[in-house]
Design a protein around this ligand. Sequence first.
Ligand code: FAD
Length: 540
Amino acid sequence: MTTDERAEGAATPDLDAVVVGAGFSGLYMLHRLRGLGLRVRVFEAGGGVGGTWFWNRYPGARCDIESWDYSYSFDPELDQEWEWTERYPAQPEIRAYLEHVADRYGLREDITLDTRVASARFDNDTGLWRVCTNRGHDVTARYVVMATGCLSAARTPDIPGMERFAGETCHTGRWPLEGVEFEGKRVAVIGTGSSGVQAIPVIAEQAAHLTVFQRTATFSVPARNRELGAEEKRHVKETYPDRRRLTRESPTGTTVVRGDRSATEVPPDERRAAFEQRWERGGAGLPAAFTDVLTDRRANDAASEFVRSKIREIVEDPETADRLCPRDVPIAAKRLCVDTGYYATYNNEHVELVDVRAHPIEEITREGVRTSEGTHRYDVIVFATGYDAMTGALSRIDIRGRHGLSLREKWSAGPVTYLGLATAGFPNLFVVAGPGSPSVLTNVVVSIEHHVEWLVELLERMDSAGVRHVEATEDAEVRWVEHVNELASRTLYPEANSWYLGANVPGKPRVFMPYPGGLVAYREACRRVADNDYEGFSLT
Ligand code: FAD
């Protein structure tokens, strides 16, 4: 509480800030808010810290941005003391890193685990937020920060008969802590997005039989993951300052080298050689070989056809290869998957691929899955069916702003934010990596750090100016949403039925949610707002 508030006799909140979620966002937010001397409580639904990396324990789970980029940059000492062992570390290692961060900065004492925030309501009379949890906490706070994650609201499709299945079911994003035994079992995986593509090759190594139910074929590129040798580890540490600067200056928050020519300008053999080189290098940088893969249909077709040719080369059975080739989606307009042995897995005799567009799943029975072709018997069904992305975690909380305004209702036609950070009618409520921000189109950790730092500076300046409430104006958010839509319309993103558009959730409004202008332009927009006395926010 500021001195001004005390002087004015404003209601005293229990806390200065409540942060919801203890993943990359919540942990860093807590650390920085404490740095301002604020009293903060983090509520986390999971039984540990780590967010995504607490929940996603499925076999094969790993990041697809290189370890040295997919980590915090705020403390050079942390960079030097933590040792990544792989190019793309697996979930246990990223989780251990976040556990280490929680311990190193003494964050745990302010985090309440196993506790879900059920509601957050703004009280017009006191000007404070009242936050209630499923475990009976009922606290008031001046600020609420939603660090609830873009991909944390796991979604299982509504297939009739699910409750009847006698075997085990699990969702990749809610993996049982005790693990799942696949050895010698008949397993079904439903879904071939990023998580499915990572899990399928590992499950196939253990299961007696694996059926993959695919609705939409997926573009995936090889990770070419590897252990880091002593020399490479030393080199990474030595070059951290440069790497961190490069990621901050890059549109995607990575050190991927971006091509500077149009794919349509170069002769076909040169174009293929450029894609080939990126395919061999591994990782999600393939579309960045040229400037226009995401904006020009011909450039995209060339990249898409290159990957399709690789699928046909790898997969021995031509019919299976054909089913695995995406045709109705521009490459990278949906999140590009990064895999280890995904396509080759289908060369195993005990692995089959079912195209659910041709043979829809009709129901789940006691024994397994019934499609239009007949019943398949399973011991385990794995749902790799993704998330109610970007808005799901927020809409599962009853958030009410001024005069009882419900966030769910306000966003019923799609999320409306200013800079992805705040929304009109909800003073002092902030979102990290929210809809309208670059988040999922970037290295999310870089986006998160930027958000946290920008918000902390805002709170610092509010405090020193005696400002009690900050709120996005309706005008500013309408303009921002128009700007995001306009940028998206210049790309091929809207052509894919992706979770970026909410297309994976029946009934969800079709709105392109992340900001597609890149981190550099986004940072610049945020900087301008701050420099112009927080233009577009009302400060009272
Ligand atoms: P999260 O890590 O999702 O944490 C949010 C936390 O909020 C969760 O722990 C959740 O339990 C908690 N929460 C939500 N609602 C409530 C509530 N009502 N009450 C209490 N707690 C609540 N990004 C990349 O940039 N590169 C990658 O390689 C990459 N790989 C990924 C792989 C997978 C399998 C997934 C699912 C995501 C991946 N992501 C990747 C995106 C990833 O989510 C972000 O990089 C990052 O971890 C997000 O951190 P966060 O703290 O914002 O959200």
